[in-house]
Write a protein that binds this ligand. Structure first.
Ligand SMILES: C[S@@+](CC[C@H](N)C(=O)[O-])C[C@H]1O[C@@H](n2cnc3c(N)ncnc32)[C@H](O)[C@@H]1O
Length: 147
């Protein structure tokens, strides 16, 4: 069974099975793109030649994302902070099944939520744990206190 305030180095499809029913209040995540080798993205040209509709087929979700450039893929802190403020309460449990470098988890810690992270890359699990340690040790609770 997965415990709160931990990051699990595993495939989220396996990890989420270990979460008890009703144990998560908010799922906030940033999944990788092009995760299936059967991915198809179809753009139909609209006015001015720009894409109007996009159909995606993620197939069986059967391929791991590439790790290169992950630091560019992590989202800015204010994004999860705003979502957490709007969509959860102090003490709630926030799950990020693609936790990467831990931006959602850090935001949860800053907002006094409990959190669970699941991540396929051991390297990014460690990066995330270090970032969270800084927040909790320094008790940094301002929006921009952590990089
Ligand atoms: C776009 S990144 C997330 C970035 C994150 N929001 C951050 O702030 O760093 C997506 C992450 O999903 C992870 N991932 C991909 N497939 C996964 C899976 N099946 N289970 C768990 N994590 C997975 C990748 O290793 C990557 O770190």
């Amino acid at each position: 069974m997965l415990k709160e305030n931990e990051i699990y180095f595993k495939d989220c499809l396996e990890g989420m099975k270990e979460l008890p029913d009703g144990s998560v209040d908010l799922l906030l995540t940033d999944p990788p793109y092009n995760v299936s080798n059967t991915t198809k993205i179809v753009r139909n040209g609209g006015k001015f030649g720009k894409a109007k509709t996009i159909d995606m087929d993620f197939g069986d979700w059967d391929m791991r994302t590439e790790m290169n450039g992950l630091t560019k893929a992590n989202f800015p802190l204010e994004l999860p902070l705003n979502c957490i403020d709007l969509l959860s309460y102090v003490g709630d449990v926030v799950l990020d099944p693609f936790s990467g470098s831990g931006t959602t988890l850090i935001s949860s810690e800053m907002r006094k939520r409990k959190w669970v992270g699941i991540e396929l890359s051991e390297k990014y699990c460690k990066i995330a744990m270090n970032r969270i340690k800084v927040v909790s040790e320094q008790n940094v609770l301002t929006d921009y206190g952590v990089v």
